[in-house]
Design a protein around this ligand. Structure first.
Ligand SMILES: Nc1ncnc2c1ncn2[C@@H]1O[C@H](COP(=O)(O)OP(=O)(O)OP(=O)(O)O)[C@@H](O)[C@H]1O
Ligand SMILES: [Mg+2]
Length: 432
């Protein structure tokens, strides 16, 4: 617990405020107590970032019923709130706790107060630290996406550079060195070479950050991330997980799959501001030709991750654009529009596909198909970008995306160059 605590005390007797401060100090809690006597003063005091806890005498003449609690929860839901009273009747205690009060302590003896304050502040600090970690995890996912975006741009830029460099080389061959134009073209060629080197470095950098694949159980990933998801979605959302032990391993970087789950859970939370149900389930499915093509994957055994919410759902125009980078329907500062795009990029890199079912007012289901390792063949961990994962048995096969630089080719005797492009990713497999 970080001390000294900054304590707001809603209390009309200054003597009583001093007694509270003394009770906390005598139990080793260093604190500063600020007396508050009116609703306006409370609002003003809650503005300060460092407020640790609010202690409120009940009943207080200036605050009707439990209005002090409601104001505090409204302005600072993260700050614990404790009622102090000489007597609590059962009905009002239930109302206080239901409305978010952390605890109720009896006066005049304040022997319980230090214990209650210490526990409330420690729990809040723990919750805040977890929230910070969750945010960092989501942000790390977004940085991963920025890396992928950079790789995509670098790849396309490379195609253009191949044309610039190829044609300037062609011109240099045609123009005598003594011609002043030759000097200018050489400058173009040099700048083009430097740009190509820079692009190569960008591609190398993003490849190094492509994740480390290994054989992992989807079940274990979901079980590991469950607590984080629970904290991410908050108390208003009921989280249900359904795991199926028959789901065999998949080849993946578990951290990246965790990011997919966190992104989908964050979206589900945002789609259920008043609360609802979020279900995360794993199962196995042997996809035949038609179902596989709907999911944009190869036929065969798949591990399926299903994320379902009972939220607002999406209309047709949102569904059509949801996987686009930077597409968001959230207000400025609330969404970057990279969550689903990054999820899609990760799934696609693993040879998987996504099917989305959503209707306005009827919730959303994301069904994600990952190729399953169908027999015990040990697959070595390899770099994602130059990987061609082959599954054994009748498991699905899919060539992984590569970022190979384009090749410039010229037929003998011809002055025309043709670009043989690097491998591009297959068309998106999403289906709304
Ligand atoms: N479960 C869902 N329910 C309803 N709408 C959704 C759901 N998931 C995604 N969407 C819609 O798709 C849009 C794009 O989602 P995406 O996760 O890519 O970005 P975002 O959530 O807006 O921002 P962020 O980058 O912070 O995740 C959302 O703005 C929302 O309109
Ligand atoms: Mg999102």
């Amino acid at each position: 617990m970080r001390t000294p605590l900054s304590v707001i005390v809603i209390e009309d007797s200054l003597e009583e405020v001093k007694r509270i401060e003394a009770a906390l100090t005598s139990e080793g809690i260093s604190c500063h107590c600020q007396q508050v006597n009116t609703p306006a003063d409370l609002v003003a005091a809650l503005v300060y970032e460092d407020v640790s806890i609010v202690l409120s005498h009940y009943p207080h003449p200036a605050f009707e019923g439990i209005s002090a609690l409601k104001t505090t929860k409204d302005k600072r839901p993260d700050v614990p709130f404790v009622f102090l009273s000489t007597a609590f009747d059962e009905e009002s205690t239930v109302e206080m706790l239901k409305s978010g009060a952390t605890d109720c302590v009896l006066k005049p003896c304040l022997c319980m107060l230090a214990l209650v304050v210490r526990r409330a502040v420690a729990e809040t600090e723990g919750r805040n630290a977890r929230k910070q970690l969750e945010t960092m995890l989501v942000e790390a996912g977004k940085m991963e996406v920025v890396g992928r975006l950079t790789a995509g741009i670098a790849h396309d830029f490379n195609n253009l550079l191949a044309v610039i460099n190829g044609y300037s080389d062609l011109l240099l061959e045609k123009i005598p060195e003594t011609d002043p134009v030759s000097r200018d073209v050489r400058q173009i060629s040099l700048a083009g070479d430097r740009a190509a080197k820079l692009t190569r470095e960008l591609l190398d950098f993003t490849r190094r950050h492509g994740g480390h694949q290994k054989a992992v159980k989807l079940n274990s990933i979901v079980a590991d991330v469950e607590m984080l998801v629970r904290h991410l979605v908050g108390e208003k959302v009921r989280l249900i997980t359904k795991l199926d032990p028959r789901v065999a391993s998949i080849m993946a970087d578990p951290t990246l799959i965790e990011q997919v789950i966190m992104n989908l859970a964050a979206n589900a939370r945002d789609a259920m501001p008043g609360g609802g149900i979020l279900q995360i389930a794993c199962c196995a499915d042997n996809l035949q030709e038609e179902a596989a093509s709907a999911a944009g994957v190869m036929p065969g055994h798949h591990a399926v991750l299903t994320v379902t919410d009972t939220g607002s759902g999406m209309d047709e125009s949102t569904k059509a654009r949801m996987f686009e980078p930077f597409f968001t329907t959230k207000e400025a500062g609330k969404g970057t529009g990279l969550g689903l795009w990054s999820a899609f990029e990760i799934v696609e890199q693993l040879g998987g596909g996504i099917i989305v079912e959503s209707e306005p007012g009827r919730g959303t289901t994301f069904r994600i198909y990952f190729p399953m390792i169908t027999c015990g063949e040990a697959l070595s961990t390899r770099q994602t970008n130059d990987l061609e994962v082959r599954k054994c048995g009748d498991g699905p096969r899919r060539k992984q995306r590569e970022l190979r630089p384009p090749v410039l080719a010229r037929s003998p005797g011809s002055s025309e160059y043709t670009i043989l492009p690097g491998h591009r990713p297959p068309a998106s497999s999403q289906k709304a």
